[in-house]
Every structure is written in C-alpha cells, then in structure tokens.
Design a protein around this ligand. Structure first.
Ligand SMILES: Cc1cc2nc3c(=O)[nH]c(=O)nc-3n(C[C@H](O)[C@H](O)[C@H](O)COP(=O)(O)OP(=O)(O)OC[C@H]3O[C@@H](n4cnc5c(N)ncnc54)[C@H](O)[C@@H]3O)c2cc1C
Length: 495
C-alpha cells in the first residue's frame, strides 16, 4: 500500500497541484473519493466499520507517501485521521455504524472543530456552548480555522454544556443552524479549505453527544496525541518531495561550467537534508511501533485505547516538533539550491515552502508542545516511569539527566529542557537504527549527533548557566551522503 500511495500522489495528485490551489469546484472532494475507493480513507479505522484496521505505524507510512502535496495531505489527513479517531475510540456502536462507513469510503469528508477566534492554544477557554432543549442539543458559537469546512459533511465539534462542561458532538453539515463562513485567505495550503463553522442555535440530536458530558477534552486531546504523531508523517512527505526536486535540479543546473551538485556547499546541503530526514523518520517510526505495541497489549475498551494513546503523548509531541522543524530546514535548503528560480511560482519549491510553514503552528504550536513535553516528562520522572531515557549512555542523555535536576516552570527553562528531551530521543533513535543498519545509516546518525550535541550544549547552558565542552565530532560523511541523495533523488534509505 505504501507504493500504491506514492503512485497515487505522483499520478493523481501532483499533476493537479495548480488546479487544487485554485480550489477548482469539486476537484478535492473527487480526489478524496478516489482515495476512498482505494481504501486509503479508513486505513486505521476498525474493519467492522469499513476500515482496514491497520496499525498506526503502517498507516503513518502510507500517510507520508500520500503527503507529497500538502493541500491534499491536510484534507486527507483530517478526514481519515483526527475527525475519525475520536469516533473510533469513544463512539457507541450506533454512532460508529452511522458515520464511519461514509468517512472510510471517502463518500463523506470529515472535519475537527476545536479552535475559536479567541481560543487557540488555550483551547479549553472556548465559549461555544451547548444546552439541552427537549430532544436536542442547541449549539451556539463560532469555530475558527476549520480545515475541510467547505467540503465537510461531518464535524467533530467541542462545546461546553451549560457554558462549563467541555463535551464532544457529532454534527452534520445539514443540521438546522449549521453554516460555513468565507474561506480564509492563507499564505499557503491554498488548495485546502479553511473556514469558520458557525453554529447559530444549531440543532443536534441528543444521541450525537460523543462519549460523556464534560469529557470532551479526553476526546479532543486523545485525537490530538495521535494527530501530532501523524502530522510528523505529513511533514516528512513534502520534505521527501523537496529532496526529490532539489537533488534533480542540482544535477541539471550548471554554473561556472559545472553542475552545481559538484560544489561543496551544495553537497553539504544535500547531506544535511539526508541526515535531517533520517532523524525525523527514525523517531516517527520508532514511536509508531511503540504505539502499536501498546494498543496490542491493552484491552479494547475506551480506557484501554485511551491509556495507550496517552502513554506516548510525550513521544507524539517530540515527533511533531522534530518532524516539522526538520521539514522546515529541508525545504528551506531545497529552495536555496534552486537560487532565484526557487523564489518563483514556475518551480515547485515555492509552493512546498509556503505550504510547509503552518506545520509548526497547528496541532498545538511548537511552543505549546515544548511546554507540554517538558512538563509531562517531568511527571514521568517523578512517577519513576522514565527509566532508561537518560541512562547516561550519550553526551546528550547525560546533559538532560543533569538539567532535569534544575527543573522549573520558567518557560525558557521548560523550552530548553524540552529541547534536551527531544534531542535525547532523536539521538537514541538514530543510534539504534544506525547500529542496526550500518553503512550510510551510521554515517547519517553520526552527522546528526554532531549537530544535536551542539544544540544540546546550548540548551544545557540555558538551564544551568554552566559551560560544557562538546565532544569531538565523528565522521560527517558529506560526500557519501550527498552522492547517495543525488543518485537516488530520494532520502537516504527507506524503511
Ligand atoms: C491552516 C490552519 C488550519 C487549521 N486547522 C484547524 C482545524 O482543522 N481544527 C481546529 O480546531 N483548529 C485548526 N487550526 C487552528 C490551530 O490549531 C491554531 O491556530 C493553533 O492552535 C494556535 O492558536 P492561535 O492561532 O489562536 O494562536 P495563539 O494561541 O494566539 O498563539 C499565538 C502565539 O503565542 C504562543 N503562545 C500561546 N500561548 C502560549 C503560552 N502559554 N506560552 C508560550 N507561548 C504561547 C503560540 O505558540 C504562538 O506563537 C488551524 C490553523 C491553521 C492556520
């Protein structure tokens, strides 16, 4: 299915990029329908309701290859992911039977509505309210930034019962009182729909309350945990495409009588891009495997599924931050390889660059994820559940262990602790994979470790104020890594 996903992206989606950016009538929904026909719209949904029931790891790999065009990817990612996950985990059998088959076939498009004009990061300060009147919930409020709004038939909406208890509701577009405002005029992701969902005395059947009253934050945040992990895959998809395009360009473009791919500073960029991709990929699919293992060992009750998703909340945040920041660095260097042509709309990098920027903002900004990560990890340390993470077996883990003894709620300290934690996780992940695969994987791991050690030393100084000597780097492998990328026009290795 991974190959099929890449073929779908290359044959069906990428050739339509310009038309998608103009939001040509009916085009995106027809692509989602095609994806549904191929089984992509419910890859990790339960088989009983039209899904494939695949593990999160394989589903994320498929998502990566369906993400070469980011506008398609966000549309697809939300309808097949965050809008369905809450329903799959917290829905009653009747609710699942009513909505999942239409979403998993691509007949319907789903959306997830948490944010409001005045509550973004502070999502629980939402003011959309729900009140029971007779046999209906009456919802009033405006949900902002709702991806897929223009096309969605189904919205997972968070609102406060009586203005107090955050609760989740299954809302159909055609329910009375539901409407969509104009499209936001965005800097990127122009092919995706982002608009407000307006609920004006919207009438929702009583049975469309999802899970329990006052427990909507469980639904919202559990969906977000897995959503963050999946956003990691959605971020390295465009990074993969940026590597493909820019390595091809570097071979073709000649200056000073030679292909620019022969110049040391261009080769350095290609080698860095390979190493950044390698680290994001290694963290993501290590986490995916751990989540799958946790799901396999839990009972299939709501509590079992919820605790499995929650257990890896720290790693999901680490993946979101790492993958989106690696994506930004890869895409930025890829555009630089194109020189002035990269700055025009005639070449693919301008779109990839514009589209990639938002990944550091949504599904929890990277600042909010950093604060959450360090805080949550400290709780794990206090509960004795962090054994092995800072085992002192690397420069970074040693620094991280020492730095956590100075834990404080000061945000700058939290940010630096979070950096140490995710660098530690990343360094472990590439080391494990580098040792297992050897060869170029080991070279990429060493290159990343050199970069990560310097970043970790800076973060350690921020927490402690103490100077620290960074270990001498091992091989940097510029030519070997660059040559491999140029030859294959792809990231270093595939899993
Ligand atoms: C294209 C797009 C699609 C989206 N799709 C959806 C969707 O489908 N459904 C949905 O519900 N939402 C969606 N969102 C909303 C998105 O999740 C929010 O934009 C995001 O959570 C940030 O909220 P905000 O924009 O209100 O920024 P704010 O929360 O106002 O943040 C502004 C800045 O302040 C920082 N900040 C905020 N609080 C703190 C703090 N405590 N400490 C330190 N820094 C802080 C932030 O990191 C950020 O840099 C989408 C947004 C965009 C742009």
């Amino acid at each position: 299915m991974i190959d099929q996903a890449e073929q779908f992206s290359r044959k069906e989606v990428l050739p339509l990029s310009d038309r998608l950016d103009h939001q040509e009538e009916g085009l995106m929904p027809s692509l989602i329908r095609k994806a549904g026909d191929l089984g992509f719209c419910g890859i990790d949904a339960p088989e009983a309701h039209g899904g494939f029931g695949l593990g999160k790891n394989l589903a994320a790999r498929i998502l990566e290859h369906l993400s070469l065009n980011a506008s398609f990817s966000v549309t697809y990612g939300i309808t097949s992911g965050i809008s369905q996950f809450g329903l799959s985990v917290f829905g009653t059998e009747d609710q699942k039977a009513q909505y999942l088959p239409r979403l998993t076939t691509g007949e319907w498009i789903g959306a997830y509505a948490l944010s409001e004009p005045n509550s973004g990061s502070d999502a629980l300060s939402m003011v959309t309210r729900a009140d029971q009147r007779g046999d209906k919930w009456i919802l009033n409020g405006t949900k902002m930034w709702i991806s897929n709004a223009k096309w969605a038939n189904f919205f997972l909406v968070m609102a406060k019962i009586g203005g107090e208890k955050v609760s989740a509701f299954l809302v159909e577009r055609d329910f009375p009182g539901v409407s969509i405002s104009r499209e936001e005029h965005k800097m990127g992701l122009k092919g995706s729909s982002t608009a407000r969902l307006v609920l004006d005395n919207a009438e929702i059947p009583l049975e469309n309350l999802l899970y329990e009253p006052g427990k909507g934050h469980y639904v919202a945040f559990n969906a977000l945990n897995i959503g963050r992990f999946k956003l990691g895959s959605m971020s390295i998809g465009p990074a993969r495409e940026a590597i493909f395009q820019s390595s091809g360009y570097a071979k073709d473009r000649k200056q000073f009588g030679r292909p620019i791919s022969e110049f040391g500073l261009i080769r350095q960029k290609l080698a860095d891009m390979a190493a950044y991709f390698f680290v994001a990929e290694s963290c993501l699919y290590r986490t995916g495997q751990n989540i799958d293992d946790a799901f396999a060992t839990r009972d299939k009750t709501v509590e079992g599924m919820r605790s499995a998703a929650e257990e890896f909340a720290v790693e999901c945040s680490a993946c979101k931050i790492l993958a989106t920041e690696m994506e930004s660095m890869i895409v930025d260097e890829a555009l630089q390889i194109y020189g002035g042509y990269g700055f025009t709309e005639e070449f693919p990098l301008a779109r990839i660059y514009r589209d990639s920027r938002v990944a550091r903002i949504y599904e929890g900004t990277n600042e909010i994820n950093r604060i959450f990560l360090a805080d949550r990890f400290m709780r794990r340390v206090a509960e004795g559940k962090a054994k092995g993470t800072f085992s002192g077996d690397s420069f970074i883990s040693e620094l991280a262990g020492k730095a956590y003894s100075r834990f404080s709620k000061d945000q700058v300290v939290l940010g630096a602790l979070s950096d140490l934690t995710l660098l530690c996780y990343a360094e472990q992940s590439v080391r494990i994979r580098g040792t297992r695969l050897g060869g170029l994987a080991q070279v990429a791991a060493d290159r990343f470790t050199k970069w990560a050690n310097a970043k970790a030393a800076f973060a350690f100084q921020t927490v402690t104020g103490e100077a620290v000597t960074v270990p001498a780097p091992r091989q940097s492998g510029t030519d070997e890594l660059a040559e491999n990328v140029l030859e294959r026009q792809a990231p270093l290795l595939s899993l």
